[in-house]
Design a protein around this ligand. Structure first.
Ligand code: URA
Ligand code: CA
Length: 433
């Protein structure tokens, strides 16, 4: 087989066979197929799409490109959760310990930032010392003893996805249903959880801009999960404006700590309860969503969830002193308020553009090799539906450079103030089949 022929086949809109997909994934993972050919294939997939059968074959080839963790000897139902990406989406940092604190076993594999979206693994690395790469033994040990561990993709878990993810990020091939579905589900299958809650985002800040696309992505992933014998469901959530208030790595760690201490922004808290209740029910720790939610509310109020977060940080080598004193993470040189130019109501905060503004400050990567500045980012002081008066701060910019003219222009262009509007709904749909 020659890669160039397979690129041509996909470019012309034909379906690739199982053998062809295996050939591509094996040889891209072992370095025989170069990035430039893979980039061309990704772009062809982006435009030509894939059949359900191709997506399933791609997912399984990616999952089997490395080790598949076996958690079956651990007691209980192991649950994982994954988002298709968002801006300021601090959910996992809160949800993993929250759900673990009511006895659900969370074996979670998270990603790095992709395009204008942030990644949980980058955020966790903002905690000094926090290890996102654990040996399989440590991962299993923490999951077993503490009911929670959050890891990045170590070299041997779905290595095909690890390489493809980084390549897609810089070749404008992220927002494709077959590529997102196979990326997420290959990792979920390799990480060994029995049940999976998917948070499929939709809106400006998501890769799926409209509800129909989000539904198709959700259904595709739920189907693959079930084929792989994982009990899978999806929540379609709104990502038209950033979630919560903080966008940026350290800032989101602080937001997570605030939330775990009962001072979280309403939308973020609600999202954690909504996704968390589904996880608790899938793990069979509660019969109904209402019962699950009561358990989670009690764990948040009692401090049990925050204690679990500290346990997770300690297990994974993180510096607990910054968790006790989050102000230590506020190290950006400049803190600049951005005043509203007119009075009225906030009508739109275009999430992807705000994500790009945070990335320009250094919170995300522009190329594969870029490093991240953990300290920088944005904190929204107003959200959609809020009233604002001229001169009042719309958001706070945390920057390590004084030169923020371009960032400021981008933000102003993407926050609309005018007549009153309703807050957007947080959850659009729930997909179980
Ligand atoms: N998250 C992933 O893990 N992969 C994608 O492709 C998009 C979001
Ligand atoms: Ca946030």
């Amino acid at each position: 087989m020659r890669m160039v022929d397979l690129i041509e086949k996909k470019r012309d809109g034909h379906a690739l066979t199982k053998e062809e997909i295996l050939f591509i994934i094996e040889n891209y993972t072992n370095g025989t197929i170069p990035d430039y050919q893979m980039s061309a294939l990704l772009m062809a997939i982006y435009y030509q799409d894939m059949t359900d059968e191709e997506i399933t074959n791609l997912t399984l080839a990616m999952a089997n490109s490395g080790e598949v963790i076996d958690l079956s000897h651990l007691a209980g139902i192991k649950v994982d959760k994954h988002s298709t990406g968002g801006v300021g989406d601090t959910t996992t940092l809160i949800l993993a310990p929250l759900v673990a604190s009511v006895g659900v076993t969370v074996a979670k594999m998270s990603g790095r930032g992709l395009g204008y979206t942030g990644g949980t693994i980058d955020k966790l690395e903002a905690i000094p010392g926090f290890k996102v790469e654990l040996s399989d033994e440590d991962f299993v040990k923490f999951v077993n003893e503490s009911h929670v561990a959050v890891i990045g993709q170590s070299g041997n878990l779905a290595p095909a996805d690890k390489k493809l993810y980084a390549l897609r990020d810089v070749t404008a091939t992220v927002g494709s249903i077959p590529l997102i579905a196979s990326s997420i589900m290959s990792k979920k299958i390799a990480a060994g959880a029995d049940a999976i809650v998917l948070d499929v985002t939709t809106g400006d800040g998501a890769f799926m801009k409209n509800l129909d696309e989000a539904r198709r992505l959700a259904k595709t992933m739920v189907r693959i999960g079930k084929l792989a014998q994982r009990n899978t469901m999806a929540v379609i959530s709104d990502m038209s404006q950033p979630l919560g208030r903080a966008i940026g790595n350290s800032l989101e760690i602080i937001e997570a700590i605030d939330t775990l201490q009962g001072r979280g922004p309403a939308d973020l808290v609600e999202m954690c309860y909504a996704l968390g209740s589904q996880m608790v029910v899938l793990a069979k720790k509660a019969e109904t969503l209402a019962e699950a939610r009561e358990m989670l509310e009690a764990a948040l109020t009692s401090g049990a969830a925050f204690a679990k977060f500290k346990e997770m940080v300690a297990n994974q080598g993180g510096d607990l002193s910054v968790i006790e004193e989050p102000a230590k993470l506020m190290t950006a040189k400049y803190k600049i308020e951005l005043p509203a130019k007119t009075s009225g109501y906030v009508r739109r905060i275009v999430a992807n553009e705000i994500g790009i503004a945070a990335m320009m400050l250094g919170a995300g990567r522009k190329t594969k090799e870029d490093s991240i500045d953990f300290a920088v980012g944005l904190v929204l002081n107003k959200k959609v539906g809020d009233a604002v008066t001229e001169g009042e701060s719309l958001l706070t910019i945390y920057s390590n450079t004084e030169d923020i003219a371009e960032v400021t222009r981008l933000i102003y262009n993407n926050i609309e103030i005018g007549n009153q509007v309703d807050e957007p709904p947080l959850i659009h749909d729930i997909i179980t089949e």
